[in-house]
Write a protein that binds this ligand. Structure first.
Ligand code: NAP
Length: 524
């Protein structure tokens, strides 16, 4: 039996009891390690994080905490090779795909370190200037944001074991809030190892970071008023969590990031042969195949003027035919496996469901796998679908197939295209490919309310844009409705979740003194 990975809780390493849950290599099928959180005293461990970790972090200024983030990034950088190795073994990803997760994490930490340094020696933030409450100005009101005095429980999805942790932990630690991370079981190893590396580096105050690997049982019961819950995962799990007593009765503040039927929208001017058309096709193929389509931001629906739908489907299918799928240890392989067999089965079911409604334009052949056995590995081949009647189709707008799968959806005119983008019922991102900036502006404003991010690619930025699915810390990540209603990143604004905003009313001298010692939010 493989060894149990330890949990870091209560300022020490602890092994869960029982045989635990095995983690597998999704390509070779071999067992890698086991995880268990059974028998851990969660209430005690959470209290330690709140008391020790919280006090240790709050004793520091923003600049000092920012310096810690930079040292965390350095500690991770030193172990980067080991992290890539774990990702290859436990997530089945190619080096390029692992980089999205691992280097994305280091970049995000570094960015928050740079932003945090600008907040200076303050320990709280101010939101706007003081205002008079009485006629003579002697009694005033100002708003401050002070560090939340609980912990943040980060429950993460399997597809980003590295970035998923640090994109939350960076603004939390900068805000003075201790982090308890519960990684998704299937790929918990990388998260656990990264926490172990940071703990070993002795960078963070005692109790500032904890990791619990294993079942989620009891985690929410251990939450208290002033704790925070940051959840990333499926809409179904989010629904269950929203009903939990901690949320209903303790008012635990939640940020929820769930699934999404993101779209790419080709402008009416993006005719086959145009630069905008070519950019869109490239991006659709990239999005379908990066991390084998296991990205919450991946393009699922390709909205195309109906007269060009056939050409778009042909172009994407031709490019997909060249994608080598298989064992990421083989250098010719561009797309690795899914995270596990359960995900492969779910993707298979999703493909079968879509096939009942849409025409399959391209289906990769499992027999073409490179260096891998389809009977053992958790593979899904790229599949492209197309529908004729975008309005009559339902599943294409509702079912998130979490793999290398997308559907070409024809639209009549701009208003129809915007309505179809909104059929995702709230998405993380839509991209717009056009050379017509007036159209792009109209699209951004028309569909903005249903999206966390609108990503516009004109030919002028075809080579410089950051990618439809890449989540940059400068831009908001999250989305309304089905996407969960959460807001992450987006610069220093992310700190708002980890602070309590409160008004201070009092004598002018007092309000001015408090605001004078604060860092201005969010413009630092
Ligand atoms: P999931 O099954 O919902 O699991 C997410 C996390 O919740 C895991 O850590 C899981 O632990 C835990 N969990 C399960 N049941 C729970 C419960 N009753 N109480 C508390 N925690 C519970 O999702 P997933 O399969 O890992 O991730 C795929 C989904 O995440 C996709 O739909 C994708 O779109 C979405 N996603 C969204 C974003 C975003 O930023 N919007 C980012 C990445 C992924 P176990 O693993 O131990 O069950």
């Amino acid at each position: 039996m493989t060894p149990l990975l330890e949990n870091h809780l209560g300022g020490r390493w602890q092994t869960g009891s029982g045989a635990g849950t095995p983690l597998f290599d999704p390509v070779l099928g071999t067992e890698l390690a086991r995880i268990s959180s059974a028998g851990l005293d969660l209430a005690d461990g959470f209290d330690y994080a709140r008391q020790r970790g919280g006090a240790g972090l709050r004793a520091l200024t923003y600049t000092e905490r920012a310096a810690l983030l930079a040292r965390v990034a350095e500690a991770l950088q030193r172990q980067r090779d080991a992290h890539f190795d774990i990702a290859q073994q436990n997530s089945g990803t190619t080096r390029n795909d692992s980089a999205v997760d691992i280097d994305g994490a280091i970049f995000t930490l570094g960015q928050y370190a740079r932003w945090g340094a600008k907040l200076g020696d303050a320990r709280w933030l101010t939101d706007g200037a003081a205002t008079r409450l009485g006629k003579d100005g002697s009694f005033q009101s100002g708003h401050v944001l002070t560090s939340q005095r609980g912990l943040v429980l980060c429950i993460n999805a399997f597809n980003f074991p590295a970035w998923g942790l640090w994109e939350k932990a960076a603004p939390a630690l900068l805000s003075g809030v201790p982090v308890v991370v519960k990684p998704a079981s299937a790929t918990a190893w990388l998260t656990q190892r990264m926490v172990a590396d940071v703990v070993a580096a002795g960078v963070l105050p005692d109790g500032a970071i904890s990791v619990v690997c294993g079942s989620s049982e009891g985690l929410l019961d251990a939450l208290q008023p002033f704790d925070l819950l940051s959840f990333t995962g499926s809409a179904d799990t989010a629904r269950a969590i929203r009903q939990h007593a901690a949320v209903l009765h303790h008012g635990v503040r939640m940020n929820v990031e769930t699934d999404s039927l993101n779209s790419a929208l080709l402008g009416p001017d993006a005719t086959p042969g145009s630069d905008a058309f070519a950019s869109a096709m490239r991006e659709v193929v990239r999005e379908m195949t990066i991390k084998s389509g296991q990205k919450c931001t991946a393009i699922r629906r390709v909205l195309v003027p109906r007269e060009h739908a056939g050409a778009a489907a042909e172009a994407v299918a031709a490019a997909l035919a060249d994608v080598e799928v298989g064992n990421p240890r083989n250098e010719s392989v561009r797309m690795g496996s899914l995270a596990n067999r359960a995900q492969a089965n779910a993707v298979r079911e999703g493909i079968d469901a879509l096939a009942g409604e849409a025409k399959c334009v391209f289906a990769g052949d499992l027999a073409a796998l490179v260096d891998a056995d389809p009977a053992v590995g958790a593979f899904a081949m790229p599949h492209l679908f197309a529908v004729d009647d975008a309005d009559a189709s339902r599943l294409v707008h509702e079912v998130e197939v979490f793999g290398p799968v997308a559907t070409v959806v024809p639209y009549r005119d701009a208003a129809h295209a915007f309505a179809l983008a909104r059929r995702g019922a709230g998405s993380l991102v839509a991209s717009v490919f056009t050379a017509d900036e007036a159209f792009a502006e109209r699209a951004a404003i028309e569909i903005g309310h249903a999206h966390g991010r609108v990503h516009v690619v004109t030919p002028a930025v075809a080579k410089t844009h950051t990618g439809h699915g890449n989540v940059m810390p400068m831009s908001l990540h999250g989305g309304p409705g089905r996407a969960g209603g959460g807001e992450e990143l987006g610069g220093l604004r992310a700190l708002a979740f980890y602070h309590q905003r409160s008004a201070v009313q009092g004598p002018q001298s007092l309000v001015e003194s408090i605001l004078g010692k604060a860092a201005a939010f969010p413009d630092a």
